[in-house]
Ligand binder design. Structure first.
Ligand code: FES
Length: 145
């Protein structure tokens, strides 16, 4: 089978779908190659991600990775959420077909972009904390394949 059971589960019934009103941080990333877009909303209180929701206009793997990525950062400290790698997301899904690994990069970037937005809203330069995020991954995402 091409997709693991975990992927199918999260694709069929994704967790944390939606929007957060007055979110403390919003991150939107896209992959120009496939045209898929992921938007992530964070509610942050005293350094803890209290709530997270997402909307993904994209492929099944992108939906499954955003679903599990939001599960993985909910209730966590910002520092821990920043450590979330696309590799960890893929592992938590029991793997993805190689052609679909780039979709998990979108989830990692959406989390980082939303956290960067949170810091920016606090008047803090996010770059030293979050690091460089490839600008919305516009242009060429092929280096993530
Ligand atoms: Fe575009 Fe999966 S094919 S994110």
């Amino acid at each position: 089978m091409l997709y693991s059971e975990k992927v199918m589960e999260h694709f069929a019934a994704p967790h944390n779908v939606g929007e957060i009103e007055n979110a403390d941080g919003i991150g939107e990333v896209g992959n120009e190659k496939c045209g898929d877009i992921m938007k992530m909303y964070l509610k942050i209180n005293t350094g803890i991600i209290e709530d997270v929701k997402f909307k993904t206009f994209g492929c099944g793997a992108a939906i499954a990775t955003s679903s599990i990525a939001t599960d993985m950062i909910k209730g966590k400290r910002i520092e821990d959420a920043l450590k979330l790698s696309n590799k960890a997301v893929v592992e938590a899904l029991d793997g993805l077909p190689p052609a679909k690994v780039h979709c998990s990069v979108l989830a990692e970037q959406a989390v980082k972009t939303a956290i960067a937005d949170y810091y920016r809203k606090q008047g803090i330069d996010p770059t030293p904390i979050v690091g460089e995020i490839p600008e919305h991954c516009h242009g060429d995402c092929s280096n993530h394949d």
